[in-house]
Design a protein around this ligand. Sequence first.
Ligand SMILES: Cc1cc2nc3c(=O)[nH]c(=O)nc-3n(C[C@H](O)[C@H](O)[C@H](O)COP(=O)(O)O)c2cc1C
Length: 198
Amino acid sequence: MKFIVAMTGASGGLYALRCLKKMSEAGAQIDLTISEPGCISLAAETGIKLNAHSPDMSRLFDDASALERVEYSNPRDIGAKMASGSSPHDGMVIIPCSMGTLGRIAHGTSDDLICRAADVTLKEKRKLILVTREMPLSLIHLRNMVAVTEAGAQVFHACPHFYHRPQTVEEVLDTVVDRVLDHLGVPINTQRWKEGDA
Ligand SMILES: Cc1cc2nc3c(=O)[nH]c(=O)nc-3n(C[C@H](O)[C@H](O)[C@H](O)COP(=O)(O)O)c2cc1C
Protein backbone atom coordinates (compact mmCIF):
# COMPACT_ATOMS: atom_id res chain seq x y z
CA MET A 1 0.00 0.00 0.00
CA LYS A 2 1.31 3.42 -0.93
CA PHE A 3 -0.55 6.70 -0.50
CA ILE A 4 0.06 10.36 -1.22
CA VAL A 5 -0.92 12.52 1.75
CA ALA A 6 -1.03 16.31 1.37
CA MET A 7 -1.78 18.77 4.15
CA THR A 8 -2.97 22.27 3.29
CA GLY A 9 -3.87 25.45 5.17
CA ALA A 10 -7.43 24.61 6.27
CA SER A 11 -8.24 24.05 9.91
CA GLY A 12 -7.93 20.37 10.86
CA GLY A 13 -4.25 19.42 10.92
CA LEU A 14 -5.25 17.08 13.75
CA TYR A 15 -7.17 14.98 11.22
CA ALA A 16 -3.96 14.65 9.21
CA LEU A 17 -1.88 13.60 12.21
CA ARG A 18 -4.43 10.91 13.05
CA CYS A 19 -4.56 9.76 9.42
CA LEU A 20 -0.75 9.55 9.19
CA LYS A 21 -0.58 7.57 12.45
CA LYS A 22 -3.17 5.03 11.33
CA MET A 23 -1.73 4.65 7.81
CA SER A 24 1.70 4.11 9.24
CA GLU A 25 0.44 1.59 11.82
CA ALA A 26 -1.16 -0.32 8.92
CA GLY A 27 2.30 -0.52 7.30
CA ALA A 28 1.54 1.81 4.39
CA GLN A 29 4.21 3.75 2.51
CA ILE A 30 3.45 7.47 2.60
CA ASP A 31 4.49 10.20 0.16
CA LEU A 32 3.89 13.35 2.18
CA THR A 33 3.85 17.05 1.37
CA ILE A 34 2.61 20.07 3.30
CA SER A 35 1.82 23.49 1.85
CA GLU A 36 3.35 26.57 3.49
CA PRO A 37 -0.09 27.71 4.78
CA GLY A 38 -0.53 24.10 5.98
CA CYS A 39 2.46 24.62 8.30
CA ILE A 40 0.99 27.91 9.55
CA SER A 41 -2.40 26.45 10.45
CA LEU A 42 -0.80 23.30 11.94
CA ALA A 43 1.34 25.51 14.20
CA ALA A 44 -1.68 27.60 15.22
CA GLU A 45 -3.74 24.53 16.11
CA THR A 46 -1.18 22.14 17.58
CA GLY A 47 1.97 24.12 18.39
CA ILE A 48 3.92 21.91 15.94
CA LYS A 49 6.16 24.29 13.98
CA LEU A 50 7.41 22.89 10.68
CA ASN A 51 9.35 24.26 7.74
CA ALA A 52 7.42 23.15 4.63
CA HIS A 53 10.70 22.87 2.68
CA SER A 54 12.52 20.52 5.08
CA PRO A 55 10.30 19.62 8.02
CA ASP A 56 11.42 17.75 11.10
CA MET A 57 9.26 14.71 10.40
CA SER A 58 9.71 13.32 13.90
CA ARG A 59 7.25 16.04 15.03
CA LEU A 60 4.51 14.29 13.03
CA PHE A 61 5.00 10.66 14.12
CA ASP A 62 5.22 9.30 17.71
CA ASP A 63 6.87 6.13 16.48
CA ALA A 64 10.33 6.81 15.00
CA SER A 65 10.22 3.58 12.95
CA ALA A 66 7.28 5.05 10.98
CA LEU A 67 9.71 7.49 9.37
CA GLU A 68 11.29 4.65 7.39
CA ARG A 69 8.08 4.40 5.37
CA VAL A 70 7.62 8.14 4.80
CA GLU A 71 9.07 10.19 1.99
CA TYR A 72 8.64 13.96 2.15
CA SER A 73 8.49 16.29 -0.87
CA ASN A 74 8.84 20.06 -0.87
CA PRO A 75 5.45 21.48 -2.01
CA ARG A 76 7.31 23.70 -4.49
CA ASP A 77 9.22 20.79 -6.04
CA ILE A 78 7.12 20.27 -9.12
CA GLY A 79 9.63 17.59 -10.20
CA ALA A 80 8.90 15.31 -7.21
CA LYS A 81 7.77 11.73 -7.89
CA MET A 82 4.13 12.38 -7.02
CA ALA A 83 3.94 14.92 -9.87
CA SER A 84 4.25 12.13 -12.44
CA GLY A 85 1.62 9.67 -13.59
CA SER A 86 4.38 7.05 -13.94
CA SER A 87 4.74 6.91 -10.16
CA PRO A 88 2.07 4.42 -9.02
CA HIS A 89 0.11 4.74 -5.78
CA ASP A 90 -3.10 3.47 -4.23
CA GLY A 91 -4.73 6.84 -3.69
CA MET A 92 -4.19 10.44 -2.66
CA VAL A 93 -5.80 12.25 0.25
CA ILE A 94 -5.63 15.98 0.90
CA ILE A 95 -6.29 16.37 4.60
CA PRO A 96 -7.24 19.01 5.53
CA CYS A 97 -8.07 20.56 2.15
CA SER A 98 -8.44 24.34 1.99
CA MET A 99 -10.92 26.10 -0.27
CA GLY A 100 -7.90 27.55 -2.08
CA THR A 101 -6.50 24.11 -2.94
CA LEU A 102 -10.00 22.84 -3.80
CA GLY A 103 -10.45 25.75 -6.23
CA ARG A 104 -7.07 25.23 -7.88
CA ILE A 105 -7.74 21.51 -8.37
CA ALA A 106 -11.23 22.25 -9.73
CA HIS A 107 -9.66 24.55 -12.33
CA GLY A 108 -6.63 22.40 -13.16
CA THR A 109 -4.02 25.05 -12.39
CA SER A 110 -1.35 22.50 -11.31
CA ASP A 111 0.69 25.41 -9.96
CA ASP A 112 2.15 23.67 -6.94
CA LEU A 113 3.06 20.06 -6.16
CA ILE A 114 -0.20 19.35 -4.33
CA CYS A 115 -2.43 20.58 -7.16
CA ARG A 116 -0.23 18.88 -9.77
CA ALA A 117 -0.32 15.54 -7.89
CA ALA A 118 -4.12 15.82 -7.55
CA ASP A 119 -4.43 16.67 -11.26
CA VAL A 120 -2.30 13.62 -12.14
CA THR A 121 -4.27 11.38 -9.77
CA LEU A 122 -7.48 12.40 -11.55
CA LYS A 123 -6.10 11.94 -15.06
CA GLU A 124 -4.73 8.51 -14.11
CA LYS A 125 -8.17 7.62 -12.71
CA ARG A 126 -6.77 6.90 -9.25
CA LYS A 127 -8.58 7.60 -6.01
CA LEU A 128 -8.53 11.23 -4.84
CA ILE A 129 -10.12 12.23 -1.53
CA LEU A 130 -10.41 15.86 -0.41
CA VAL A 131 -11.13 16.35 3.28
CA THR A 132 -12.40 19.89 2.92
CA ARG A 133 -13.09 22.34 5.75
CA GLU A 134 -14.78 25.71 5.70
CA MET A 135 -17.96 27.12 7.13
CA PRO A 136 -20.22 28.46 5.79
CA LEU A 137 -19.65 27.42 2.18
CA SER A 138 -19.98 30.02 -0.57
CA LEU A 139 -21.48 29.28 -3.97
CA ILE A 140 -17.91 29.26 -5.35
CA HIS A 141 -16.85 26.56 -2.85
CA LEU A 142 -19.93 24.48 -3.64
CA ARG A 143 -19.40 24.78 -7.41
CA ASN A 144 -15.76 23.75 -7.00
CA MET A 145 -16.88 20.71 -5.00
CA VAL A 146 -19.24 19.76 -7.82
CA ALA A 147 -16.45 20.22 -10.40
CA VAL A 148 -13.96 17.95 -8.59
CA THR A 149 -16.67 15.35 -7.95
CA GLU A 150 -17.58 15.34 -11.64
CA ALA A 151 -13.89 14.86 -12.42
CA GLY A 152 -13.74 11.75 -10.22
CA ALA A 153 -12.62 13.01 -6.78
CA GLN A 154 -14.53 12.37 -3.57
CA VAL A 155 -15.24 15.27 -1.24
CA PHE A 156 -15.25 14.23 2.42
CA HIS A 157 -16.32 17.49 4.00
CA ALA A 158 -14.97 17.19 7.55
CA CYS A 159 -18.20 16.46 9.42
CA PRO A 160 -17.64 14.36 12.53
CA HIS A 161 -20.53 12.25 13.80
CA PHE A 162 -21.52 11.67 17.39
CA TYR A 163 -23.76 8.61 17.38
CA HIS A 164 -21.04 6.45 18.91
CA ARG A 165 -20.75 9.02 21.72
CA PRO A 166 -17.04 9.87 21.37
CA GLN A 167 -15.36 10.67 24.70
CA THR A 168 -12.07 12.15 23.48
CA VAL A 169 -10.91 14.48 20.70
CA GLU A 170 -9.19 11.49 19.07
CA GLU A 171 -12.48 9.59 18.98
CA VAL A 172 -14.17 12.58 17.32
CA LEU A 173 -11.34 12.84 14.75
CA ASP A 174 -11.62 9.12 14.01
CA THR A 175 -15.26 9.48 12.93
CA VAL A 176 -13.88 11.36 9.91
CA VAL A 177 -10.45 9.76 9.47
CA ASP A 178 -11.71 6.15 9.64
CA ARG A 179 -14.18 6.81 6.80
CA VAL A 180 -11.32 8.15 4.68
CA LEU A 181 -9.14 5.13 5.47
CA ASP A 182 -12.01 2.76 4.69
CA HIS A 183 -12.35 4.32 1.25
CA LEU A 184 -8.62 4.06 0.62
CA GLY A 185 -8.68 0.38 1.62
CA VAL A 186 -6.46 0.78 4.70
CA PRO A 187 -7.33 -1.94 7.24
CA ILE A 188 -8.45 -0.36 10.53
CA ASN A 189 -10.19 -1.25 13.75
CA THR A 190 -13.16 1.07 13.93
CA GLN A 191 -16.57 1.30 15.49
CA ARG A 192 -19.20 0.43 12.90
CA TRP A 193 -22.92 0.97 13.08
CA LYS A 194 -24.76 -2.23 13.94
CA GLU A 195 -28.33 -3.23 14.58
CA GLY A 196 -29.38 -2.23 18.09
CA ASP A 197 -27.05 0.84 18.27
CA ALA A 198 -30.01 3.23 18.05
C1 LIG B 1 -5.33 29.17 11.52
C2 LIG B 1 -5.86 29.17 10.11
C3 LIG B 1 -7.00 28.46 9.83
C4 LIG B 1 -7.52 28.42 8.53
N1 LIG B 1 -8.63 27.67 8.29
C5 LIG B 1 -9.09 27.55 7.02
C6 LIG B 1 -10.17 26.66 6.75
O1 LIG B 1 -10.72 25.99 7.63
N2 LIG B 1 -10.56 26.51 5.46
C7 LIG B 1 -9.94 27.19 4.42
O2 LIG B 1 -10.33 26.99 3.28
N3 LIG B 1 -8.92 28.06 4.67
C8 LIG B 1 -8.47 28.25 5.94
N4 LIG B 1 -7.42 29.08 6.19
C9 LIG B 1 -6.86 29.89 5.08
C10 LIG B 1 -5.87 29.13 4.20
O3 LIG B 1 -4.74 28.76 4.98
C11 LIG B 1 -5.42 30.05 3.04
O4 LIG B 1 -6.51 30.27 2.16
C12 LIG B 1 -4.24 29.50 2.28
O5 LIG B 1 -3.89 30.39 1.24
C13 LIG B 1 -4.50 28.12 1.69
O6 LIG B 1 -3.35 27.74 0.97
P1 LIG B 1 -3.08 26.23 0.56
O7 LIG B 1 -4.34 25.72 -0.03
O8 LIG B 1 -1.97 26.32 -0.43
O9 LIG B 1 -2.65 25.49 1.77
C14 LIG B 1 -6.89 29.16 7.49
C15 LIG B 1 -5.73 29.88 7.79
C16 LIG B 1 -5.22 29.90 9.08
C17 LIG B 1 -3.97 30.68 9.37
